[in-house]
Design a protein around this ligand. Structure first.
Ligand code: FMN
Length: 339
């Protein structure tokens, strides 16, 4: 496929990741397992394993399994607020994983150092301009801007704002963008705005190679964009990161959990940290229930608003081909419009 215009616009991002096409499949806990990750990397994109809260021996097995399925670059996504995080960081350093993506909250300078000393390039999320600057000062080699339209744990700002606040202002490192992106036509405009690459989650979650339960995938295919809602925070004494997921019993159960935890906090029977750990355990468990067991009522159907733009299960290669063709076609349309 001729991707001449896309190639020109995405040179920096492709060079940084060492890949053919500037499309990243964002890490998704329980979903981004070796088969999906390798399929994306083998199709010329960039696949990321999700460490989630996996036991270390399982994560090591998954890294090795992925390496057996592809010789192309891959990344490992670490959740800084996961109980196993420290051990995960040591493991990816020991295994010399080439790209480490820090997610959850913002990593410390010393934590980035551990990954970089082991030879990894480090990517961090940035939800404001000042955080972007801090992450670069700490040593981030690239940034990911994820708008609140995204699936999973999300910030409070839309991608449209982050593009103007951060992408347009930062030129020191490659900047990748995510959240609510599902079409090549949209990708074309993000590349024109200066994005080094585009990260998609929801669209790849229902790829044929995704291990997600068929009922999980069917729920995504049926859903509208408005069904993917972000959870509220009830009280500032219990700060919780919002989660965007399809509305179901898990959404209501999370509200009940927050009230219970607030009650325990008021009575002094738990600390804020313990309460936040309970929240994280809730989401990890409920996501597993949906993705692995297919319980789409009680499990968490984490999905971006881009869920309203997906219409069926496709092979990773087909998704990639469609993204490439549509991105290139839109870039040519824009060129012809202007020239
Ligand atoms: C089911 C699911 C699980 C996710 N888990 C993670 C995760 O473990 N780590 C992370 O950094 N992002 C996670 N994300 C976010 C994705 O990596 C990606 O940035 C996001 O899905 C992009 O928005 P989109 O869904 O609109 O494409 C998850 C998203 C989904 C849908």
């Amino acid at each position: 496929m001729n991707t001449e215009m896309l190639d020109r616009l995405s040179e920096q991002g492709r060079g940084f990741l060492g890949i053919r096409y500037p499309f990243i499949c964002g890490a998704m806990t329980w979903v981004s397992e070796p088969t999906l990750v390798a399929a994306v990397s083998n199709a010329g994109g960039f696949g990321c394993l999700a460490a989630g809260n996996m036991p270390c021996d399982l994560l090591e097995k998954q890294i090795n399994e992925t390496r057996n399925l592809t010789d192309k670059p891959i990344g490992v996504n670490l959740i800084t607020i996961a109980p196993m995080y420290r051990d995960h960081l040591e493991l990816v350093s020991k295994l010399e994983v080439p790209f480490v993506i820090f997610a959850g909250s913002f990593p410390r300078r010393s934590e980035m150092r551990v990954a970089k000393d082991a030879g990894a390039k480090v990517l961090c999320f940035a939800s404001t301009h000042s955080i972007a600057e801090r992450m670069i000062r700490y040593g981030a080699d690239a940034l990911i801007l994820e708008g609140m339209e995204a699936g999973g744990h999300v910030g409070r700002v839309t991608l449209a704002i982050l593009l103007q606040q951060v992408l347009f202002e930062i030129s020191d490192v490659p900047v990748f963008v995510a959240g609510g992106i599902a079409t090549g036509r949209m990708c074309a405009h993000l590349f024109l705005m200066g994005a080094s690459g585009v990260q998609l989650g929801t669209r790849f979650a229902i790829a044929e190679e995704s291990p997600a339960h068929p009922d999980f995938k069917r729920a995504f295919i049926r859903a509208q964009a408005r069904d993917a809602v972000a959870t509220p925070q009830f009280d500032s004494r219990l700060p919780v990161v919002a989660v965007r997921a399809l509305r179901n019993d898990a959404t209501g159960d999370f509200s009940k959990l927050q009230l219970e935890l607030m009650d325990e906090l008021n009575r002094g029977t738990i600390t804020r940290e313990q309460a936040q750990n309970r929240v994280e355990e809730f989401w990890m468990g409920r996501l597993r229930l949906a993705v692995v067991d297919g319980d789409i009522t009680r499990g968490s159907l984490m999905a971006g608003q881009s869920v309203g733009l997906v219409s069926g299960e496709m092979k990773v290669q087909e998704i990639m081909d469609e993204l490439l063709a549509d991105t290139e076609a839109e870039l040519r349309r824009v060129r012809d419009l202007i020239c």
